[in-house]
Write a protein that binds this ligand. Sequence first.
Ligand SMILES: [Zn+2]
Length: 343
Amino acid sequence: MWRVIGQEKVLPILQNNISKHSLPHAILISGPPHVGKMTLAVDIARAINCERDDPPCGECEACLKIENGKHSDVQVISLISQNNDSEEKTRTEISIDDIRQIQHMVSLPPFEGKRKVFIIEGAEVMSMEAANCLLKTLEEPVTQSVFILLTTNIGLIPETIASRCQEISLHPIAATIIENTLLSVYDIDKENASLISRLSSGCFGWAISAVQEEKYLEKYYETRNKAIEITTAGLHERFVYAATLSTQFARERAIVYDVLDIWLNVWRDVLLLKIGLTDSVSNIDLSQQLEQWAECMDISDIRCSIQAIQETRIKLNLNANSRLALEVMMLDIPVIIGDIVKR
Ligand SMILES: [Zn+2]
């Protein structure tokens, strides 16, 4: 059973490829954070190595081992690594050593499964050397191995690599699908399921974390409140916040990317309210405030804010000076005080 939901266009193609043994040796899955890229990649690994007739069955030894990260032929290369004390550390890039390790494993036959699967998360932050090394591996397809690259930004994947992969784009899914799935799987009331499904912006992984992890929503609200506070604050406070984020970025990039995603989400809602698409708003619990912002702003102000956040994300990905990039973003987002907009 495939665990990915709401991706009807993608699954039949994959199922067909797997049943005909014609799955490409390299797949590039793109989509926003928490949309289900890793879930799909693990599902593909299960489907390839499943021991039963309707893969992935989710019940055979191979499926269970892969799901629990215990299958010796399925490797996940991620920016998050654990040390001996099980403490998580976030790296800033996929290194050439990671890819060399893969190259070594590719040269060996599968140990217990049908094909080896290498899942590379954060493929957009591969070092140049790592990308060149991976390219060489992809140019010499080994039938017993499948590479699955995951990215939130396909534009940052070198064309030479992207052109050797089958591309799969995962898109946010309808809030009603998420709400109904939450209600059928988890012990959650309708009001909460409805709110979480809207806040998730169509990313089911986000909704699951919000239901399962106690502090997840709390952190979300905290960051969102800060976004609201900073939008109504002057330049001094904005620059202090930019400095704080920059320091955080040096330690843990993912946190700052999450902050920017939340900012983007808020501004997208302002845009939706401005053009009257209220049913698509994510932060429904903030509708009243965001509607006031939408009323006092031109559409060009809102677009400018969205662009500023998107550009900052790209600059940070490209290792620009993080403090400067964040300060420029703070300058580009208009200051809103009451119903007055200062540009
Ligand atoms: Zn199975």
